[in-house]
Ligand binder design. Structure first.
Ligand code: PLP
Length: 400
């Protein structure tokens, strides 16, 4: 059959056509009234997308740039910080904090697990200057309890900042940034925002802005205060990725339409969409007798353990060769052991059903176990039908 290239990876994710068109059409210089208008509108909309009243920065870099900035701006050499890590991205926090000379306390769990709140509480001290965590650990598909951890950090006092890498969490997870007291929340353009890689964004609390006045670590390109000062004049400190800003404007309009004209409602609808796709995918995978890699799956992606004795690379390769569907292998030590199906952003019913139908064929091809066609699809259909019944009865959680 003809093949369409489709991404089922936890970033980059499928692109929104309206955003691609907006990018291609945009040619304004960044120091013009046209760009300024776009810039100001997007920064305001980003607050609604994130769900915060804190100032938001959008920077030309991959997501890791905002992670690095959240260490460089908020710490001084020798500062005691707590990193919660259970995967490749948690390790990135650890390595960044070490690179900036912090004294790093760790709550470390095996890949696929999450932290107990008691362990986190035990590692918090009056000297802890900052706590770093992921909302969703994309390398394992695990959702961490951001709300529970936020409560502990806030109880530790105003001297402890709470920084959340929600690069795959934003747009797939309900997060009350201001209500829970998150000081910095970080996202990336190539995830739920449905546009290409190249922009990192973050929302920063007043408590965190104030910290930057006394911290001593070096910073230049990722100097958040410099960027904020320029933003107040409707400008960026350096040349912005103008075409990506145009794409972002179109993507935010799309999310607003999902919410019937209300961007906050659109964000919730986008999260509910990911939740439903994830629930359908989990049901399909379970019906095929396969196991999840995590006991705490998020809605961003579904991590599936490869059947015993089978390198997951074979599954990934078969998806690509037979269906031109790109799913992700495990990373690092997890390579060969699992594969990851993402449902982040521009991702719908037919994508969800399609990848499960393809999975049935992939398994039939790469294993000698018989596969009854329709098993995964049927389970997902039933989840979808139940959610529709709820929605038609007006009891959907998705609309408020
Ligand atoms: C994608 C991702 C990142 C960012 O990686 P970049 O390649 O720098 O964009 C960071 N953390 C998580 C949890 C991610 O999923």
């Amino acid at each position: 059959m003809l093949l369409k290239n489709r991404l089922f990876t936890p970033g980059p994710t499928p692109l929104l056509p309206a955003a691609q068109n907006a990018m291609a059409a945009f040619a304004a210089h960044h120091r013009t009234a046209d760009f300024k208008a776009l810039f100001t509108r997007v920064l305001t909309d980003m607050k609604d997308f994130i769900g915060t009243s804190n100032d938001v920065l959008v920077i030309a870099s991959s997501g890791t740039g905002a992670m690095e900035g959240s260490v460089a701006n908020l710490t001084s050499p020798g500062d005691r910080v707590l990193v919660l890590t259970a995967g490749k991205f948690g390790e990135r926090w650890r390595d960044l904090a070490k690179a900036y000379g912090c004294q790093v306390d760790l709550v470390e769990k095996p890949y696929g697990e999450t932290f107990s709140l008691d362990e986190v509480k035990a590692k918090l001290t009056p000297e802890t200057k900052a706590v770093y965590v992921q909302a969703t650990e994309s390398s394992t598909g695990t959702r961490h309890d951001v709300q529970g951890i936020a409560k502990l950090v806030r109880a530790n006092g105003d001297d402890t900042l709470f920084i959340v890498d929600a690069i795959t969490g934003l747009g797939t997870t309900h997060i009350d940034v201001d209500g829970w007291g998150i000081d910095v929340i970080i996202g990336g353009s190539q995830k739920a925002l449905m546009i290409p890689p190249g922009l990192a964004y973050c929302a920063i609390s007043e408590r965190a802005w104030k910290r930057m006045d006394s911290t001593k670590n070096p910073r230049y390109y990722f100097d958040f205060r410099k960027e904020r000062k320029s933003n107040a004049k409707g400008e960026t400190a350096f040349t912005p990725a103008t075409s990506l800003w145009a794409a972002l404007g179109a993507a935010l309009d799309f999310v607003r339409q999902m919410g019937g004209g209300d961007l906050g409602a659109g964000r919730k609808a986008l999260v509910d969409n990911a939740e439903l796709a994830a629930e359908m995918t989990r049901a399909g995978v379970a019906a095929l007798g396969m196991k999840l890699f995590t006991s705490s799956p998020g809605a961003a992606l579904t991590p599936v353990v490869s059947p015993a004795g089978l390198d997951s690379g074979k599954i990934v390769k078969e998806f690509r060769e037979s269906f031109s569907a790109v799913v992700a292998n495990g990373q690092g030590d997890m390579k060969g052991k699992l594969f990851r199906i993402a449902h982040i952003g521009y991702y719908d019913f037919l994508d969800t059903i399609g990848i499960l139908a393809a999975l049935e064929h992939v398994l039939a091809t790469v294993t000698d176990k018989p596969v009854e066609y329709g098993t995964a699809v049927r389970a997902a259909q039933e989840v979808f039908a139940r959610s529709r019944t709820r929605e038609l009865a007006g009891v959907s959680g998705g609309k408020n």
